[in-house]
Design a protein around this ligand. Structure first.
Ligand SMILES: Cc1cc2nc3c(=O)[nH]c(=O)nc-3n(C[C@H](O)[C@H](O)[C@H](O)COP(=O)(O)O)c2cc1C
Length: 396
């Protein structure tokens, strides 16, 4: 397959922005920020995916206000002070020919947690020894995540409007920091998702009651961001296609309706995740096979008429190519497999034989890897350095 024949490596134009290929780094919290600031860690972390061929490198969830952080280690964008460090990262991503996307978030009632490796539960007074005292959390209703969790303050209408404004202000800062795409984090039980699901939102005012009321906060955030974000730049929205709370919760057909409304309001791509209404959306507490969320992306794309991004155990290039080729999703987000292999996109191109001469790599590596191919072939090895399946050759 040539690169021109690959669906996965075909460019994708949204508004005036062209994604160089269909591969997006999924948002993944690092919990490495100090007071919300990005450091050399974040520069090195995001840069490696741009070098690894990801057409779009998306940040982790970045909080629009301090109280909306999941952990003390979350990145923030509630002040202009955060812009220069993020700009350094987007400049490098752009220099590699990739696009930079930012996920804007508010953790709501799932804020104020320990870092995963420090307990992965709610912060308690015991965490103050590390200088990480619990703070007050907010949500649509006074419903805690679980027994040992803090009960959130139910936001008043004026407090909701304040948070909506903060999303808009963060969007303007994201533009100043050079981002090409914003993704709104509307999934995994965080603030926007908690407004959507009847399991958590029992409000009786205009932000609850029925599905239209529960979608209102999400749609107001979209409108506010659109008002503060250039019309030629794409806007994505990550949804929990099903909230993971079982009967009576937010389901796939609700997401189809939401997809339609989001698209009308100016969202270009719905990123189709799932779960998290109570605990983590990602931990391996249930059996999941490769591409387990692709049916959600497929249904929301075809039912809601909105382009979608598929995510969740998409493991190799062939699997990703097939999803795009079959029209089940327009974009592919790679999460943990990218942690395992930051050069995933380049390796996918090798697997698909869409980059036989390593032309997608920076020439400082690609030139050498291409020259290596002939020698490897003579001893029965393929271009990736693995013995060819049919040969008995020994390592040189
Ligand atoms: C360490 C880690 C951090 C994550 N942080 C975020 C996040 O900030 N925002 C988000 O929407 N999803 C987050 N996720 C979920 C991923 O974006 C992705 O949806 C999930 O890992 C499934 O995709 P995968 O199987 O390719 O990893 C995180 C996942 C992991 C493993």
């Amino acid at each position: 397959m040539t690169v021109e024949q690959s669906a996965l490596f075909s460019p994708y134009k949204i508004r005036e922005t062209t994604l160089p290929n269909r591969i997006v780094l999924a948002p993944m919290m690092q919990c490495k920020a100090i007071d919300g600031f990005a450091s050399d860690w974040h520069f090195a972390h995001f840069s490696k995916f741009a070098l690894g061929g990801f057409g779009t490198v998306m940040t982790e969830a970045i909080a629009v206000e301090p109280r909306g952080r999941i952990t003390y280690g979350d990145l923030g964008l509630w002040s202009d002070e955060f812009i220069p460090d993020l700009k350094r990262i987007t400049d490098f991503i752009h220099a590699q020919g990739a696009l930079a996307a930012i996920q804007l978030a508010h953790a709501g009632r799932k804020a104020c947690w320990q870092r995963p490796w420090e307990g992965n539960g709610p912060l308690t007074q015991a965490d103050t020894v590390r200088g990480e005292a619990p703070w007050g959390i907010v949500g649509p209703s006074e419903l805690a995540v679980g027994e040992s969790y803090q009960t959130p303050h139910a936001l008043s209408v004026s407090e909701i409007r304040e948070i909506v404004k903060k999303f808009g202000q963060a969007a303007a800062r994201a533009n100043a920091a050079g981002f090409d795409i914003i993704e709104i984090h509307g999934a995994h039980g965080y603030l926007i998702a908690s407004f959507l699901t009847p399991l958590v939102n029992n409000r009786q005012d205009g932000y609850g009651k029925d599905r239209a009321g529960r979608m209102r906060f999400a749609l107001e955030v979209v409108a506010e961001i659109r008002a503060n974000w250039p019309a030629n730049k794409p806007l994505f929205f990550r949804v929990s296609s099903e909230d993971g709370g079982g009967e009576g919760g937010w389901g796939l057909e609700d997401s189809v309706v939401l997809g339609l409304e989001l698209h009308k309001a100016g969202v270009d791509v719905v990123d189709c995740s799932s779960g998290g209404v109570r605990l983590s959306a990602t931990l391996a507490n249930q059996a999941r096979g490769p591409g387990y969320q692709v049916p959600f992306a497929d249904r929301i794309k075809h039912g809601g008429g909105v382009p979608t991004m598929a995510v969740g155990l998409i493991l190799d290039g062939l699997q990703a190519e097939t999803i795009v080729r079959e029209g089940r999703a327009d974009l592919i987000a790679i999460g943990r497999q990218a942690m395992f292999d930051p050069f995933w996109a380049h390796h996918a191109a090798q697997q698909l034989e869409a980059d036989v001469h390593f032309e997608r790599w920076d020439p400082s590596a690609g030139w050498w890897l291409d020259k290596r191919v002939g020698g490897l072939a003579m001893v029965g090895y393929d271009s990736t350095g693995k013995p060819k399946a049919t040969t008995q050759a020994n390592p040189p």
